[in-house]
Design a binder for this molecule. Structure first.
Ligand SMILES: Cc1cc2nc3c(=O)[nH]c(=O)nc-3n(C[C@H](O)[C@H](O)[C@H](O)COP(=O)(O)OP(=O)(O)OC[C@H]3O[C@@H](n4cnc5c(N)ncnc54)[C@H](O)[C@@H]3O)c2cc1C
Length: 395
C-alpha cells in the first residue's frame, strides 16, 4: 500500500518520519519536493519558530528530537504587555506549570535540514524521495489516485497527502480556499548585551503586535505584525530609527536585555491566512499549510500541524493493522472529524490575538482580563492562566 506525500517542507518531512515510525514496513511512501524558490528561501526560511512541549515530546517519541537537540533554545518565561496597560504579566513555566520550559525556539531552516537528512538516511525501497521534482497533475480513480510529476514519472497510491496547493485536472484538487492578507510582518535577528535566559516577549503596541524570541544566549529574533497602512513607514526606517522605534514600543526592553546590537537585515512580508472548504477529497488529504495557514502571532501553526500529523499517522497505522483501505472515504472522514475542533480553535484564537492591539472588541476584552490578572490573588491567576494555556494548546 502506497502513500504519496506532496511537498517536502517541514510538514511533508515530519509526516514521512511519523508514518515511518508508526506504520508497518509494507507501507510505501513517495515524498515529492520541488525545492522551493530562492526568494522564498532567503526571506522566510530563516525565521525562528516556537515548538511547544507537546510537539517536542512527539518528536522525542519518534526518536527525531536528538537530530535537532543542539539547535533548540528553551522558552522559560513569557512577558506579556499592552500599550495603555501599566503592568507586565510575567508567566514563568516553573511557577505556573511546574516544568522547566514552555517549549523551545529554533531556526526553521535548521530543523528542516536536519529532519530532511534523517529522511534521506531512512530512504530505501519503501521510502522514496523525488527531489527535485514536482507534481503537475493529479487524477482521481475509484480505487487509487495518480500523480504525474514534472520528470514524467507517474505515481499511484491509495492516498495522496498534500502540504501545498497545486493545480490538478480538477482546479486545485476540486477544493476552494478562502485566502486573506491579514497583516504584514517585519522580522530581523539581533544580539543583546545581557543574556536572554529563556525570556520571550509578546507586546501589543499601538502599531500592531511585537514578539521577541530567544535564539541563543545573546541572540534573539524580533517579529512585528502591523497593518498595511503603516507598512511604508516601517519599511522606510533606517536601522538606527528602527531600533529607536522598537525601544520606544518596548519600554522595558533595555532594562531586561540591555541594548539591541548587531541588527540583521530586515525583511517584511504579507501574512496570509487561508482555509480550504474541506481538508479531504476522494483519496486526498490536505495537511500543513495547505490545510490552514494561521496567523503566526502565537507561534501555533506548525504545532497544530504536528497534532494533525500525529493523529493521521495513528489512524493510518490502525487501519493497516485491520487491513482496511486507509484511502477510503470512511477513514478520511474519521480524520477530518477528529481534527476539526482543534483547527477551528487555533484559527479563531490567532485571529483574535492579531486584533488585540487595535481598538477592537478583543482589545477591550483583553484590557479587562489584564487588569483582572494584575489584581487577582496569586492562586486564582495561576489557575486561570494554566487553564487558558491548556485549552488553547499553547503549551
Ligand atoms: C512569520 C511566521 C512565523 C511562524 N512562527 C511559527 C512558530 O513560532 N511556531 C509554529 O508552530 N509555527 C510557526 N509558523 C508556521 C510554520 O512556519 C508553518 O506552519 C510551517 O512552516 C508550514 O510548513 P509546510 O511544510 O506545511 O509548508 P511549506 O513550508 O509551504 O512547504 C510546502 C512545500 O511544498 C513544496 N511544493 C510546492 N508545490 C509543489 C509541487 N507542485 N510539487 C512538489 N512540491 C511542491 C514547496 O517547495 C515547499 O517545500 C510561522 C509562520 C510564519 C509565516
Amino acid at each position: 500500500m502506497t502513500i504519496i506525500i506532496v511537498g517536502g517542507g517541514l510538514t511533508g518531512i515530519s509526516l514521512t518520519l511519523f508514518l515511518r515510525y508508526f506504520c508497518r514496513k509494507d507501507l510505501e511512501i513517495d515524498l515529492i519536493e520541488n525545492g522551493g524558490t530562492k526568494k522564498n528561501h532567503s526571506i522566510l526560511q530563516e525565521r525562528t519558530i516556537f515548538l511547544n512541549k507537546s510537539t517536542l515530546q512527539k518528536f522525542k517519541k519518534i526518536k527525531a528530537l536528538s537530530d535537532i537537540r543542539n539547535h533548540i533554545y528553551p522558552v522559560k518565561s513569557i512577558y506579556i504587555s499592552k500599550h495603555g496597560c501599566k503592568n507586565l504579566l510575567k508567566i514563568s513555566s516553573e511557577e505556573y506549570l511546574s516544568c522547566p520550559f514552555f517549549g523551545c525556539t529554533t531556526l526553521l531552516s535548521k530543523v528542516k535540514r536536519y529532519l530532511f537528512k534523517k529522511v534521506q538516511l531512512i530512504s530505501n525501497k519503501s521510502t522514496r524521495i523525488h527531489h527535485p521534482d514536482q507534481v503537475n497533475h493529479i487524477k482521481y480513480h475509484k480505487n487509487y489516485i495518480s500523480a504525474r510529476l514534472k520528470s514524467g514519472k507517474i505515481l499511484r497510491a491509495k492516498l495522496l497527502i498534500s502540504s501545498c496547493k497545486i493545480n490538478t485536472d480538477n482546479g486545485r484538487y476540486g477544493i476552494q480556499w478562502s485566502e486573506k492578507c491579514r497583516q504584514f510582518a517585519t522580522f530581523m535577528k539581533f544580539n543583546t548585551e545581557k543574556p536572554f535566559c529563556g525570556v520571550s516577549i509578546e507586546r501589543f503596541t499601538k502599531n500592531g503586535s511585537l514578539a521577541v524570541l530567544p535564539n541563543g544566549t545573546n541572540h534573539g529574533t524580533l517579529i512585528w505584525f502591523y497593518d498595511k497602512d503603516i507598512k511604508n513607514n516601517i519599511d522606510r526606517l533606517s536601522k538606527e530609527s528602527f531600533v529607536r522605534k522598537v525601544e520606544e514600543e518596548l519600554p522595558f526592553f533595555n532594562n531586561i536585555f540591555g541594548k539591541i546590537q548587531n541588527l540583521s537585515r530586515r525583511s517584511s512580508f504579507p501574512i496570509y491566512v487561508s482555509t480550504p472548504d474541506s481538508v479531504v477529497n476522494h483519496r486526498l488529504i490536505l495537511i500543513g499549510n495547505a490545510a490552514q495557514t494561521v496567523h503566526p502571532i502565537a507561534g501555533q501553526g506548525f504545532n497544530l500541524i504536528v497534532r494533525d500529523i500525529y493523529e493521521l499517522s495513528q489512524i493510518i497505522s490502525k487501519s493497516m493493522k485491520k487491513s482496511e483501505d486507509f484511502g477510503s472515504y470512511m477513514i478520511l472522514q474519521k480524520y477530518r472529524e477528529k481534527r476539526k475542533m482543534d483547527r477551528i480553535r487555533v484559527v479563531q484564537m490567532t485571529n483574535m490575538l492579531s486584533e488585540i492591539y487595535n481598538s477592537s472588541f478583543y482589545s477591550y476584552l483583553f484590557n479587562i482580563f489584564f487588569k483582572f490578572f494584575s489584581v487577582s490573588p496569586d492562586y486564582l491567576r495561576k489557575k486561570l492562566i494554566r487553564r487558558i494555556l491548556n485549552t488553547l494548546h499553547i503549551i
